[in-house]
Design a protein around this ligand. Structure first.
Ligand SMILES: *[C@@H]1O[C@H](CO)[C@@H](O)[C@H](O)[C@H]1NC(C)=O
Ligand SMILES: [Zn+2]
Length: 424
């Protein structure tokens, strides 16, 4: 009898491990308006604990959802009952999280030993800030570090300014890390900072000529509080944090979506007024100190000609508008520039990007930064969604950082050159 119980306990343990080893990411292929409606209801039900990695838009676009292990059985049954087809994109999120963490620990050790910086690794905020200091020290004739203010949790917000001198030259803005869990955007921006610096130093075209006409401002971590939060623990709750970390009217839910908080059709459709939602817009336009700091900096400068923001994932290169489906006045030109830039990107590794307005490529979004920039006269405003298309989603392996950054550089370089050649 005792033997039997022991065997049973063992079997139960094995079974539990199988079933409860971690969350999965499901890709859902809605086939009808009814399916879309059902999925939208699921998306709005924030209490259910599903984490939508991509939004419910139409039958054209699959929806990726991270489903907590405790909900897997129920959700799969629910989808089957409603005849909504799905596939498993990531079988075991925990396994990828463990691997990511192991690689980071190992890499940090290597970097300490060799006193070097590895671009093919993910880093925490302190390491990125140290990297910025070393880069500035190494290229003090070109780069300076600008402190544009502090975050909700009182961290500095830094922008790297690449300039060959001159007062308020026309300028290009690039930011990354607005959404904390999109780690490939921070890592890409780190690589870009180094690339711009070395290309200038080694006189490689077109960087010196671009920098003779324009300044480049690069913000590697636009949401430092959120980014620190994603490093705090291995648990999914932390690693997949998207928003800022400010308190809201609901004591149970923190944070505002920093890409729905801008003073650009704030409060319209395409953002939530529920503090627990991932796309919570905040209580008022630019209520978030992080958004306010960036907006003030750009407004005070007054001579930005291009605004670009790096996100992930989906491989998209987008332009305004996000808040409405009608064409922006410069739509034809922006579409051409984005198309050429995506071709330049594609020429490196063959990575395929889709091009279009935010509204028509992902979803309606109000209060987004590129709309804000565009509505304030910064014509060349673009948003990137970097790799991949969902195989790893937000858990893109570190061995793809450098190739992602390099191809993105091809697109950015094209746009920067174009902006220089088309003054307005
Ligand atoms: C700074 O310069 C040192 C010495 O040349 C070099 O070893 C280091 O990799 C550089 N670091 C950065 C971030 O540029
Ligand atoms: Zn994003």
């Amino acid at each position: 009898m005792r033997h039997y119980i022991a065997v049973f306990a063992l079997l139960a343990a094995v079974y539990c491990e199988e079933v409860f080893n971690g969350d999965q990411v499901l890709r859902i292929h809605a086939e009808s308006k009814k399916h879309i409606q059902i999925l939208k209801e699921l998306e709005r039900d924030v209490d259910f604990g599903l984490d939508f990695w991509t939004n419910v838009v139409s039958t054209e676009l699959p929806v990726d959802i991270r489903v907590p292990h405790a909900r897997l059985y129920a959700i799969k049954n629910f989808l089957k009952e409603n005849n909504i087809p799905f596939t498993v994109m990531i079988n075991n999120v925990k396994e990828l999280l463990d691997r990511e963490r192991e690689e980071m620990v190992h890499n940090a050790e290597m970097e300490r030993k060799t006193k070097s910086f590895n671009f093919a690794a993910y880093h925490d905020l302190d390491t990125i800030y140290n990297f910025m200091d070393t880069l500035v020290a190494n290229h003090s004739n070109l780069i300076s570090k600008v402190n544009i203010g502090s975050t909700y949790e009182n961290r500095h917000m830094y922008v790297l300014k690449f300039s060959t001198g001159g007062e308020k030259k026309p300028a290009i803005w690039i930011d990354a890390g607005v959404h904390a869990r999109e780690w490939i955007s921070h890592a890409t921006a780190v690589w870009l900072a180094d690339r711009i610096a070395t290309d200038f130093k080694e006189n490689r075209t077109p960087v010196p000529s671009i920098l003779s006409q324009m300044d480049i401002y690069l913000m590697i971590v636009a949401n430092p509080d959120g980014y620190v939060f994603t490093h705090r623990s291995l648990s999914e709750f932390y690693r997949f944090w998207r928003k800022s970390r400010s308190a809201t009217s609901n004591p149970k839910c923190h944070g505002v979506d920093l890409n729905r908080n801008w003073d650009a059709e704030f409060g319209g459709p395409g953002a939530s007024d529920d503090p627990c939602a991932e796309d919570y817009r905040g209580p008022s336009a630019q209520s978030e100190i992080e958004v306010k700091n960036i907006a003030n900096f750009i407004t005070d400068h007054g001579n930005f000609k291009s605004f670009m923001t790096l996100h992930s994932y989906k491989q998209l290169l987008m332009y305004p508008y996000g808040y409405v489906g009608t064409d922006a006045p410069d739509r034809t030109e922006l579409h051409d520039v984005a198309t050429q830039a995506s071709k330049a990107l594609n020429s490196w590794h063959g990575t395929v990007y889709k091009v279009g307005s935010i509204f028509h490529t992902i979803e309606q979004a109000s209060g987004a930064s590129v709309d804000w920039a565009y509505l304030r006269g910064i014509k060349y405003s673009f948003a990137f969604e970097l790799r991949d298309t969902g195989e790893y989603g937000f858990l893109l392996p570190a061995d793809q950082i450098v190739s992602t950054a390099r191809e993105t550089w091809f697109a950015l370089r094209y746009i920067m050159q174009y902006v220089c050649d088309h003054p307005y």
